[in-house]
Design a protein around this ligand. Structure first.
Ligand SMILES: Nc1nc2c(ncn2[C@@H]2O[C@H](COP(=O)(O)OP(=O)(O)OP(=O)(O)O)[C@@H](O)[C@H]2O)c(=O)[nH]1
Ligand SMILES: [Mg+2]
Length: 312
């Protein structure tokens, strides 16, 4: 267990330990969240997503500096895509954001996408809550914009920034599926490269085709993260979005997040309870083997188990 009052007082070690506990789903992790939850909800959660290598971590690093200049304490959850493509982003994140490692006003946590029994989204949201309770605001969440889990994590952030880079050809087509819908603002990073105007024009055209976006058209910004260009405007666009989107939109997002969190915890707990009560390891293995041998289908197997579950 950890000392929750120390975590709430901003003790960095208590926070780090708390996050490890919720990440590993250890006994007592849910107790911590039960105790801190009423103190959460104060921080603005900013989601930063986009293709692998688009410069998300570099942007987050510069954003941290921009927020720090204004005295904010910044929390970061960087979800490691664990892909061969990006070659170990945790290391990348560390290097990219290293400048802030010794700053007590910055708390950075990298999370691997693999090995999350209770779900990556649940773990990331728990970490956000703990940072929130510890007084960090804003909390920036970096995930790659591919994969259901990753998109799920940022989807319910208070503001979602989608990072694009010029010169990736069909990239904008790939981005179309799912990502366009969740963007509250677009950031064209690596604007030092050729093709920026073309990308912006493509994006604007695509947005013009989108069926009426209930929340208005997302702003499009240009940045060169490695040269610290366009970062303050990025931060200001986030603030403007939050101010302009109104309380109603914020509450709507938060209701979505609450619903997703409730369902994730419910699923997790129910599956555990059912496994404990009705499916000890040997029976579970036996069922799985029969399903693998096609002697039993998974639907019938679940129906049999569920029929033995009493609700109430
Ligand atoms: N030319 C140029 N390179 C950039 C810019 N921003 C980032 N980069 C470079 O792009 C590479 C990837 O940057 P990251 O910040 O790690 O990108 P990322 O999106 O976090 O990557 P993953 O987390 O692995 O998906 C690095 O080599 C950066 O130095 C930019 O504005 N211009
Ligand atoms: Mg990164």
């Amino acid at each position: 267990m950890i000392d929750v009052s120390r975590l709430v007082d901003g003790d960095v070690r208590a926070l780090a330990r708390g996050i490890s506990l919720v990440e590993n789903q250890t006994e007592g992790a849910s107790k911590i969240l039960e105790q801190v939850y009423s103190r959460t909800g104060k921080a603005t959660v900013l989601g930063v997503t986009g293709s692998p290598g688009s410069g998300k971590s570099s942007l987050v690093d510069r954003l941290i500096a921009s927020y720090r200049k204004r005295g904010a304490r910044v929390g970061v959850v960087a979800v490691d895509p664990s892909s061969a493509f990006s070659g170990g982003a945790i290391l990348g994140d560390r290097i990219r954001m290293q400048a802030h490692a010794s700053d007590p006003g910055v708390f950075i946590r990298s999370m691997a996408t693999r090995g999350h029994l209770g779900g990556l989204s649940r773990a990331a949201n728990d970490a956000i809550d703990l940072m929130d309770a510890a007084g960090y605001d804003p909390i920036i969440v970096e995930t790659v914009g591919v994969g259901q889990d990753e998109v799920e994590i940022v989807r319910t952030a208070d503001c979602v920034a989608v990072v694009l880079v010029p010169g990736m050809g069909d990239d904008i087509q790939a981005i179309k599926a799912g990502i366009l819908e969740i963007a509250d603002l677009f950031v064209i990073n690596k604007a030092d490269r050729d093709g920026v105007d073309r990308l912006q024009a493509d994006l604007e055209y695509m947005l013009s085709l989108a069926p009426e976006l209930s929340r208005g058209r997302p702003a499009i910004l240009r940045t060169v993260a490695v040269r610290d260009e366009g970062i303050d405007p990025f931060r200001e666009a986030v603030t403007a979005y939050l101010a302009g989107s109104g309380e109603g939109r914020r509450l709507e997002r938060r209701a979505e997040r609450a619903s997703a969190r409730f369902m994730a915890v419910l699923q997790d707990k129910l599956v555990r309870r059912v496994r404990e009560a009705l499916l000890p390891d040997d029976i579970f293995r036996d069922l799985v083997e029969r399903i693998a041998r096609r002697e039993l289908d998974p639907y019938s197997a679940v129906r049999q188990v569920v029929s033995r579950v009493e609700v109430q």
